[in-house]
Design a protein around this ligand. Sequence first.
Ligand SMILES: Nc1ncnc2c1ncn2[C@@H]1O[C@H](COP(=O)(O)OP(=O)(O)O)[C@@H](O)[C@H]1O
Ligand SMILES: [Mg+2]
Length: 366
Amino acid sequence: MTFSDDRPTMIEFKEVHKYYGDYHALRGINGTIKAGEFFSLLGPSGCGKTTLLRTIAGFEDISSGVIMIDGKDMASVAANTRPTNMVFQSYAIFPHMTVEENVGFGLRKDPRSKEEKAKAVAESLDMVGLKGFGKRAAHALSGGQRQRVALARALILKPKVLLLDEPLSALDKKMREHMQVELIKLQRQVGITFILVTHDQEEALVMSDRIAVMFDGEIAQLADPETLYRRPATKKVADFIGTMNFVPADILSESGNSVDVDAKGLGRVTLDIAQAPVKSGDSPVVGLRPETLTLLYDDQKAPERETAGVIDEVIYFGDMTYYDVYLGGTDVEVRLSMRNVPGRPVLDVGTKVRVAWSPSALVLFR
Ligand SMILES: Nc1ncnc2c1ncn2[C@@H]1O[C@H](COP(=O)(O)OP(=O)(O)O)[C@@H](O)[C@H]1O
Ligand SMILES: [Mg+2]
C-alpha cells in the first residue's frame, strides 16, 4: 500500500448518530477520510453502510454529531449543493435516452454553451472507456457499460467526493472483477475521493486504500487492507475478513510489551503486545490464517515452531489444497492452505503430518 497519511482530510465524522424512529442505525461514528483516498465501508447487510453514505450525500439527516466535508460543517448544506455525487446500486440511467443524453443530464442547468457541454460529455465518456458510444441507446448497453455511463454521469459534475453504493453487485463475477480494476484506475486518474459501499470483503481488500469495517451501526476497525487482514482488532473483524482459525488459549502472564499464552495444540508461546490489539472480554483465543500454517514434507525443518497433526479433511482447489488438521493430539482443528507446486503430492485423510507455524503470525483475542 502506498497511501500516505499526510494528505488533507476530506471528510470527518464526529460522534455521528442516526435514528430511524426508535431504531438506532448509526451509533457514534468517528473517523476521517482523506482527500484522494479510495475508501470503503464494508460490513454485512443491514449494518448501516448505505445510511452512512446517504448522510454524507445529505439525502439523510443525522440525529446528532457532525459531518465535515472539505473543512465545512454540512449540517445546513442541502444535498444538491454538497461537493458529492452518488452512483447508485441500481444504475438509475434513463433507458429511453442515448448515452450522451444520460451523461449530459446533470449539466442541463449548467450555463455553458452547447459545444462546451458536448466536449465535457465526450471527455467524461472517454474517461470511463466509452469513447464513441455517445449516440447509442442506453437500453442497448450491457451491464458493465451501463455502470460506466452511470460513472461518467457522476464524474461530469466534477465532485470532490464520489459515493458508490454497491455499484458492482449486479454484475457477474468476471465483469465485476474487470470493473474493480477499471474503478481503481479511474480513481487514480481523476484523483478524487471515492467512497465505496460493499458487503464483499474481497472487493474491499482489492480496491481500497483504507476500509472501515462496520457492524450494527458502529465502526469496528478503520485501517488499511493489510492491517485489517494481519492484525484484525476483534474476533468479529477477523471472522468477517478472510478465513481465520481460532484456537482456545490460556493467558499465563502479561507484561507491558508481551503476553505469554498456552494455546491448545500449539503449546506455550510469547506474543508481542501488538499481536493482542484490544481487550473485548472474550474468552481468549489465538487466531491464525490458513496460509501461515505450512505442512512439512519429508525431512523439511520448521524455520520456527512445529506441531504434529492428523489430516481430517482435504479440499482440492486445483492451484491450492486446503487441509483441515487436528493439532497435537487434541480436538482443535485448523484449516491450512498449501500451494500445489510440482513434486508436492496432495495428502490423504488420516495422514500424520507436521505443521510449521510462526509465533509472529498469531493474533490474540481476549
Ligand atoms: N428509511 C428507513 N427507515 C427505517 N429503517 C431504515 C431506513 N433505512 C434503513 N433502515 C434500517 O437501518 C439499518 C441499516 O440499513 P442500511 O444502512 O441500508 O444497511 P446496509 O447498507 O449496511 O445494508 C437496517 O436495519 C435498515 O432496516
Ligand atoms: Mg446498503
